[in-house]
Write a protein of this length. Structure first.
Length: 159
């Protein structure tokens, strides 16, 4: 699927979330895409502040369909919803939590974790920090992603 279609869906969601005053941020590969670390992404990973999860769910139900949920024992996330909006998979994550070495790490979105915004056709897309996601990927055992981020951080510090 073309990246442009995914970005159109993200813009549509950002517009609705702005109107509803939802605290949210993009994470995972979408974040890496906006930071120019990876050339593309598969789906939209949206971290939602727990106070806004029901508002976000209601908005996304109006835009697309909710897929049946699947259990993953590596995560103890409070809310994980998979939507399909205009053929784009949208993962909504509230109360994000990762289990690593028997420890449950609370990775819930906090307002102060929104480090910057990128503009997407007149809409502000909130981003968490790359360093935070490097830690998350480490806890998830995603060594390749950790290495990609480390290389990008090293490149940026060398410039």
């Amino acid at each position: 699927m073309p990246i442009e279609q995914k970005l159109r869906v993200l813009k549509k969601i950002a517009s609705a979330f702005e109107r509803a005053h939802i605290t949210w941020a993009v994470g995972a590969s979408v974040l890496l895409y906006f930071k120019e670390i990876v050339p593309s992404f598969n789906d939209l990973d949206l971290l939602i502040h727990m106070k806004d999860i029901e508002k976000a769910k209601k908005i996304l139900l109006q835009m697309g369909i909710l897929k049946p949920s699947q259990e993953n024992t590596n995560f103890k996330t409070k809310v994980f919803l998979e939507f399909v909006v205009d053929a784009v998979e949208v993962d909504v994550i509230g109360g994000f939590a990762i289990v690593h070495d028997g420890i449950c790490h609370d990775c819930s979105l906090l307002e102060e974790q929104i480090m910057e915004y990128v503009e997407l056709q007149g809409h502000q897309i909130p981003l968490q920090s790359i360093e935070l996601w490097k830690q998350y990927y480490y806890w998830m055992g995603r060594e390749k992603k950790v290495n990609i981020i480390e290389e990008a951080l090293h490149r940026n510090s060398a410039e």
